[in-house]
Structures are given as structure tokens and as C-alpha cells.
Design a protein around this ligand. Structure first.
Ligand code: FES
Ligand SMILES: [Fe+2]
Length: 328
């Protein structure tokens, strides 16, 4: 993910992604341009300049670049220097999100854009445009999202419930080429306060969560119903449901852009909203930034894993495999 669509306007917007400064803006036809945020004359950020039609003009000495990154104008010179060519990025706008392709542009067209149809499904009540600037490495966030047992502690006052039952939940992880899919069934727990005001459940619930993680993107679908002995297959449509979207975009080794959105279905209480989600995620931010800070002192010391960390282990194996050199 590069940005929420709402962030990209006729005013240039700078974002550093994986150590590359990028400027985003809209062309006159509404399409999105994304290119290196660096004027090749003296490295001044182009995002501090201004738009001239479809082009962007450097605010230092006026070099002007088209949306493909080619310099089209140099003040006082007959011709723009042809060597003044910026890296430009393929982008796709879909479902309120600007996706950016940081690999070889020639491969961009064959890369799938994540399917987030549910975010625009009229049956659901969605929220989007959430973002948090996180002062920690992106893998800390990724692994936090794959970790269920912290709910009882970090999110005590919202999603938390019986810590033993949560940590001992029935979990099935299915790795695939680029990620993992996980199903978690937390059975017969005291209703977390987030759902407690609902007339659709009583004082104990079952909570099923199905999640998908690929690099940079986590989605989940939670179904909540009165406690019973039903299995996944028998459960059918649950009375309370919500989905969430988490865009995990590394800025640097130690900072991350965290984008979030979600949607609720059939919820009779107004507790599940974008504001509430933001409040809950800020609890993770506190934990993750404290870990990042502590790591500078303790990195390399032995780490203990728990039974519930199986999903994270499978995720790490998928990443190792993705990073391994591929046979020609
Ligand atoms: S730094 Fe951009 S034109 Fe000089
Ligand atoms: Fe969390």
C-alpha cells in the first residue's frame, strides 16, 4: 500500500517507503503520479515544489518533471537535461487505496492487486482512512497481528477475556506461497466488553477469527456468537461480525506506516467503529514502541517461545522461503 486515496490530491504528498522518498500527486485527469521525491539538481524534495498542469516543479531552481519522471523544463536553457530522469512508480487506485509497485515496473502489470471487495460491500458498514505512525520495525507489528494471546492483556478493556482460554484457542494455520491463513476458535469465554452491550449475545461467547497475512497486508474476519459447541463448519452466519484491514508499510528499519480500516455487519451496538479500532490499535503501539526501544539493549539475548507462537513461526518460515534465492 502506498497511501489512502484520500491522501493524494493536487497538493504533492511525500512518503518514505522502504527508505525511498516518494512524492504522490494527482494529475489533472485525477490519475495518480508517484515518483522519487528528489530533485536531481540538488536533492531538494520535489514535494516541496508545486504542480504545473500534470508536471511537478522543483521549488529550488524550477526544474520541472512530467508524471513519468522525465525533466521537461529547465529555466534559461533551450533544452531540459535528458539525464534528469526520476524513478517513477506504477500505481493502481482501487477501493480507496493507492497501491504502488516498488519492483521492476515491467513486472507491475502481472502482479495481483489485493482483493478487498468487502470494504465496499453495501451489506457492511465500513470505515477506512485510519493511520498511525509507528516507531518500530514492521515485523514487530506483523507478528503482533498474528498473535492472539496478547488480547487478554494489551486489550483487556475491549477485546480481552479469559487469558487461559484465549491462549489455548484452537488454531489452524495454512501456509501458502506468499503468506499464511489462520483460523482461530476461542470457545466459551466471558463476553469481551467490546461486544457486551449487544443483545445478540449473552454473557459467554464463542469467537471465530479467520485471518490472512501476506507481506504488508493483514486482513481478518471475526464472527461472534453465543457460546455453544458448534464447529467452524456448523457455525453458519454469526450474529456479530467484523472485518479489519491492516496495511503494514515499512518506512525505515525502525519506523512503519500503519494503515487501518474495517467494517461491521449486523452489529446492534455502536461500539465497533473506526475510532474504537484506532483506540485499540494505539494500545499495540505502546507495546511495540517499548519493545523496539528495549531491543537496542537486549538484542541477541535468548528469546522464549510459547505454544501460541506457532502462527508466527509458520509466518517466519514463509518469509525465509520468499527471501531464498530462486532457482533460474
Ligand atoms: S534543486 Fe531542484 S532545481 Fe535545483
Ligand atoms: Fe493488538
Amino acid at each position: 500500500m502506498g497511501a489512502w486515496a484520500s491522501e493524494v490530491t493536487r497538493k504533492p504528498m511525500r512518503r518514505v517507503i522502504m527508505n525511498d522518498p516518494i512524492v504522490f500527486y494527482r494529475r489533472e485527469d485525477g490519475g495518480v503520479a508517484a515518483m522519487e521525491d528528489r530533485c536531481p539538481h540538488r536533492n531538494y524534495p520535489l514535494s516541496r515544489g508545486e504542480l504545473v498542469g500534470n508536471s511537478i516543479q522543483c521549488g529550488y531552481h524550477g526544474l520541472t518533471f512530467g508524471p513519468d519522471g522525465q525533466c521537461v523544463y529547465a529555466p534559461g536553457q533551450d533544452r531540459a537535461p535528458s539525464a534528469a530522469k526520476l524513478r517513477s512508480y506504477p500505481v493502481v487506485e482501487r477501493g480507496g487505496i493507492i497501491w504502488i509497485y516498488p519492483g521492476d515496473p515491467a513486472d507491475a502489470a502481472s502482479q495481483p492487486v489485493p482483493d478487498l471487495e468487502w470494504m465496499t460491500d453495501p451489506a457492511w458498514t465500513p470505515w477506512i482512512d485510519g493511520s498511525i505512525y509507528l516507531r518500530c520495525n514492521h515485523q514487530l507489528l506483523t507478528e503482533n497481528l498474528l498473535d492472539i494471546s496478547h488480547l487478554a492483556y494489551v486489550h483487556k478493556t475491549s477485546m480481552g477475556s479469559d487469558p487461559d482460554r484465549i491462549a489455548a484457542s484452537e488454531t489452524t494455520v495454512t501456509p501458502f506461497d506468499t503468506g499464511v491463513r489462520r483460523r482461530v476458535r476461542i470457545a466459551d469465554i466471558p463476553t469481551p466488553s467490546l461486544f457486551a452491550a449487544s443483545a445478540l449475545v449473552q454473557d459467554r461467547i464463542d469467537q471465530w477469527t479467520e485471518s490472512w497475512m501476506i507481506p504488508g497486508l493483514y486482513q481478518n474476519h471475526t464472527r461472534v456468537r453465543p457460546a455453544s459447541s458448534l464447529s467452524w463448519e456448523e457455525s453458519g452466519e454469526a450474529p456479530l461480525q467484523n472485518r479489519s484491514f491492516h496495511g503494514i508499510v515499512p518506512e525505515t528499519e525502525s519506523t512503519t506506516h500503519y494503515f487501518h480500516g474495517g467494517a461491521r455487519l449486523n452489529v446492534d451496538v455502536e461500539t465497533i467503529t473506526g475510532e474504537k479500532a484506532h483506540e485499540i490499535l494505539e494500545e499495540d503501539v505502546d507495546v511495540l514502541e517499548a519493545i523496539q526501544e528495549n531491543q537496542q539493549f537486549v538484542d541477541g539475548r535468548p528469546i522464549v517461545n510459547l505454544r501460541n507462537d506457532g502462527t508466527v513461526m509458520q509466518w517466519r518460515a514463509v518469509l525465509r522461503n520468499l527471501r531464498a534465492p530462486k532457482a533460474a
